[in-house]
Design a binder for this molecule. Structure first.
Ligand code: ADP
Ligand code: MG
Length: 257
């Protein structure tokens, strides 16, 4: 059975989507069958792998709200070994529409159960909130990867996220574990980055990945071309480090169950 990993942090702009897209693409490049699941109404992971949201007729909304089987919503991407369950702006209503629904936190888990045998990794890109969409993602996951931006107040807000993870472990998904903490957008020209790395390592210790994602212009450009960095500019520093990161994730244990 494939391993299901959420990429979560309720702060916006910390590199969740960039890491979801590029981890997925690098794992696929390394020969794994990968499913990327977009749970952010902004649909940036969807467009980031080259899917035109205007062409998407069914999205994750239909899984969560209309009970459509995941098989009916999955589409393949131009990247070998990589499929996606897309998100469109339609998903914006789901947080509210799901409130009165029975088992509203376990709907994604139920849908992904049938997909786990078809993939080696299922990566879920979470929205920047701790609402029902993120709860669905954490409940469906074996582990969670937390991206932390190398900036002042890097740790701010993380206690809220950790508290949510504990609540999910207690009530919805006992076996959820923290897969690792990924430092992102390091600006090598400043000392601040080094301080933040020390601070985050003191807090999360050996959970922090050795790979640290640098701030890299090519990484910022790739989404507007609908490509992960590994096809957009395979020789860039960003491509090199995301590939290293994917190998670290693989070394951490491939499958569960
Ligand atoms: P989140 O999903 O957490 O909101 P994103 O991955 O969308 O964050 O990143 C926020 C913005 O920063 C995006 O415009 C993205 O292209 C850019 N970005 C992310 N990581 C990097 C990086 N390592 N170097 C340069 N730009 C980056
Ligand atoms: Mg995002």
């Amino acid at each position: 059975m494939g391993k299901i990993m959420s990429i979560a942090n309720q702060k916006g702009g910390v590199g969740k989507t960039t890491s979801s897209v590029n981890l997925s693409a690098c794992l696929a490049y390394l020969g794994n069958r990968v499913l990327l699941v977009d749970t952010d109404p902004q649909g940036n992971a969807t467009s980031g792998v080259g899917v035109n949201k205007a062409d998407v007729s069914k999205c994750i909304y239909n899984i969560l709200v209309d009970d459509l089987p995941a098989e009916d919503v999955v589409i393949s991407t131009n990247i070998e070994n990589l499929d996606i369950i897309p998100a469109t702006i339609q998903l914006a209503g789901a947080e509210i529409e799901l409130v009165p629904v029975i088992s509203r936190e376990i709907r994604l888990k139920k849908a992904l159960d049938s997909m786990q045998d078809s993939y080696d990794y299922i990566i879920i890109d979470c929205p920047p909130s701790l609402g029902l969409l993120t709860l669905n993602a954490l409940t469906a996951s074996n582990t969670v990867i937390i991206p932390v931006q190398c900036e002042y107040y890097a740790l701010e807000g993380l206690s809220q996220l950790l508290n949510t993870i504990r609540l999910v472990q207690k009530h919805l998904n006992k076996s959820l574990m923290i897969e690792g903490v990924l430092l992102t957008m390091l600006d090598a020209r400043t000392n601040l980055g080094i301080q933040v790395i020390d601070e985050v390592k003191k807090y999360f210790q050996d959970k922090v990945y050795r790979s640290i994602i640098p701030r890299n212009v090519r990484l910022g450009e790739a989404p507007s071309h609908g490509q992960p960095i590994i096809t957009y500019d395979p020789k860039s520093k960003g491509a090199e480090v995301y590939l290293e990161f994917a190998k670290e994730v693989m070394a951490n244990g491939e499958r569960v169950g």
